[in-house]
Design a binder for this molecule. Structure first.
Ligand SMILES: C[S@@+](CC[C@H](N)C(=O)[O-])C[C@H]1O[C@@H](n2cnc3c(N)ncnc32)[C@H](O)[C@@H]1O
Length: 284
């Protein structure tokens, strides 16, 4: 399998997305795509991705959004999916093996020399919060857009505003100590939570017509209580708190998370709240 060397400004993230995060995202790919699909599609709608366009999918992961973008641009358009995780890209390539208008490349979107002014639109579903230097990364993406080209991405608001992560995390903390808090704005799911900071980053990177759409959407985290509990134990902040826990502690945490999720059951499955931004901008 082609592998990106863990070097350069995002070396830590390259290691993380190949050794820890990536394998879990591959394992839970179907479930993740089920609950994240609406988040990607609404950004594609805002970007008005249309037939014949050339689109970049940043941090495309296991390729669900790349496939949907390819469907929208049709046979006269094309999509390039880029990611630093070879395990996730391997899954993406397998899923898209019969699709002719998709290419994948294992590169760091912050530093890769994309062909200048080559994309009509740049899209990302939760794949742009992990850059060591967001300003350098967005400036690099800005260069890759054609004049008039559009940027659109989905990113999370802060941790406490996202019960889908906070509910299992606080249930886990009944039995394990909290992991050390990351420094403010550190690369990670909440790095772009502050719209004033993100606006400053995008202006410095050269973007105009910057817009933030505030979203609060429900997320279905599992069809059953057991499925939702398994997911919470393996993914997200609760799993980080459990990194060094023994089997007995994991069992206690599982019971507490299951109990905490119980009150979020709906006829359609276990449903928790999310809050996020859809950010759109343009290269003039
Ligand atoms: C939260 S996952 C989202 C994956 C995918 N967009 C989805 O919604 O299923 C973040 C993705 O960003 C990728 N990523 C992180 N830093 C990156 C970088 N500097 N360049 C390209 N991809 C990156 C990770 O490998 C991972 O696939």
């Amino acid at each position: 399998m082609e592998r990106l060397e863990a070097a350069g400004p995002n070396a830590e993230q390259i290691t993380y997305w190949n050794e820890q995060g990536g394998p879990k995202w591959v394992e839970f790919q179907e479930q993740l795509d089920h609950h994240l699909a609406p988040f990607g599609r609404v950004v594609m709608d805002r970007l008005a991705v249309s037939a014949g366009e050339h689109v970049l999918d940043v941090g495309c992961g296991c390729g669900e959004t790349t496939l949907e973008l390819a469907r929208r641009v049709g046979p006269t358009g094309s999509v390039l999916g880029v990611d630093i995780s070879s395990v996730m890209l391997a899954r993406a390539r397998e899923r898209a093996r019969d699709v002719r208008n998709i290419q994948f490349r294992i590169v760091d979107a912050q530093t890769h020399a994309f062909a200048a002014a080559s994309f009509d639109a740049i899209f990302s579903r939760f794949g742009v919060m992990f850059f060591e230097s967001p300003t350098a990364a967005f400036a690099n993406l800005h260069r890759a857009l054609k004049p008039g080209g559009r940027l659109g991405f989905h990113c999370w608001k802060s941790f406490p505003e996202n019960p889908f992560m906070a509910v299992p995390f606080f249930a886990a903390l009944q039995h394990v100590p909290p992991p050390p808090a990351p420094p403010p704005h550190a690369p990670g799911p909440f790095a772009l939570a502050d719209p004033d900071r993100v606006r400053g980053i995008l202006v410095a990177a050269g973007f105009a017509e910057i817009d933030f759409e505030s979203r609060t959407d429900p997320m279905d985290v599992g069809a059953t209580l057991d499925e939702a509990t398994d997911y919470a134990i393996q993914m997200g902040p609760a799993s980080i708190a459990l990194r060094d826990a023994g089997a007995e502690t994991v069992a206690k945490v599982r019971a507490s998370i299951r109990e905490a999720l119980r009150e979020h059951r709906t006829p359609g499955g276990v449903r928790l709240g999310t809050s996020s931004w859809i950010v759109t901008a343009r290269r003039l």
